[in-house]
Write a protein of this length. Structure first.
Length: 162
């Protein structure tokens, strides 16, 4: 695998593209890349659909989302994991991110586009993230991982600068 993004010097948080885009020349719309998110000891790889956004658009979205967390000590943001054309898609996958003081909570989620009250705006995915909750409507604990705001900031600055 080819390491594309600068990795953070901490092991508290990172999100990056870890492999070159995969593409079948006969079907260019099927191209995808592999991403990886790390939150504390949790690590997960995920496929990033490249039919609507480029790798650079994912990176810009991630940088913007992480900067949003730094605006206040109580913030909500959204890291898009995979997005396809909202005009023809059913859903997009994401990592909702919630900051409460110095604690940052990360969850895995899907935004179902047909359940939205308005058309999905890819430039403002945080508008479609529900408020932070650790249990679902049935009382089941929602999987989430934690890190610190300083670890997120350190990663962002080491990857995109201050």
């Amino acid at each position: 695998m080819t390491q594309i993004a600068t990795t953070s010097r901490n092991d508290g948080f990172s999100i990056l593209m870890i492999d070159d885009p995969v593409s079948e020349e006969a079907i260019p719309s099927c191209s995808e890349a592999v991403g990886r998110i790390k939150v504390g000891s949790f690590t997960e790889t995920f496929l990033m659909d490249l039919s609507f956004w480029t790798v650079d658009e994912y990176r810009r979205s991630w940088e913007s989302a992480l900067r949003e967390l730094e605006r206040t000590e109580k913030a909500t943001s959204c890291l898009i994991a995979s997005i396809t054309d909202p005009a023809t898609s059913n859903f997009n996958s994401c990592w909702p991110v919630y900051r409460v003081g110095d604690v940052v909570y990360v969850q895995s989620s899907v935004i179902f586009l047909d359940e939205l009250d308005e058309p999905f705006d890819p430039q403002e995915p945080l508008r479609y993230v529900e408020p932070h909750c650790s249990v679902d409507e049935d009382g089941n604990r929602i999987s989430e991982w934690t890190t610190s705001a300083s670890q997120v900031r350190q990663f962002r600055e080491s990857t995109w600068g201050p």
